[in-house]
Design a protein around this ligand. Sequence first.
Ligand code: PEP
Length: 253
Amino acid sequence: MANTITPLIAGNWKMNGLIKPGLAQIDALTKLTARKRGLKADILLCLPFTMLPAACAQLRRNRVAVGGQDCHAAPSGAHTGDISAEMLADVGCKYVICGHSERRADHHETDKAVRRKAEAAHRAGLTAIICVGETLEQREAGEAERVVGAQLTGSLPRSSSSTDTVVAYEPVWAIGTGMTPTADDVAAMHDYIRARLRRRLHQEGAKVRILYGGSVKPDNAAELLSVANVNGALVGGASLKATDFFGIIEAAS
Ligand code: PEP
């Protein structure tokens, strides 16, 4: 890692994980992390709502933190089926993902909706992981930076700081596909995001963690994590199996 920001390796289990086998994987992960000295990364698992109480109880006082994958913008109220940021904090979560591309696509979440969720996360004392990223068509049309820039402007609360906000750059075409951008393309986009964060948040913008996400695996993690301004990874598929996820955590050290 080419800078002094502590990397964050965050797993996103999406709609995967039943309690018993899920907790067994988490147990395996905590044993692996406890055995290994010198791990540098902060470690996070963003789990389905149903697993959060048991996982938070199992991981109490453990270095592996727990997060949600989404929250409602309101603290409480008539929103059947939704979960508030306060509820996530109440169960023991420290983070929540806001505006993952699957939610932007499946639930038509706009930048404004994502910003309101991130504001809710901050209100509840959670760190918001705000996701941005272009589609393949947008990249091929030379629009990647313009799209990501607009998402950042629209999705980031004005008062964001490095302690309550993480940005995840996740090119939509790389998520779950096995395809990744070249290290040069990752470097260019992360530099661009860093410059925008600096302009928007001044000194804090230099310290906000920028994660790369999209088909990160144990065998490509070291290369991706060594790119300048890559301060960790948001990992989907490879976070489901403790040994694979641990391989990525080791690569960040
Ligand atoms: C994700 O869901 O955020 C993700 C990056 O998925 P995957 O690692 O499976 O591409």
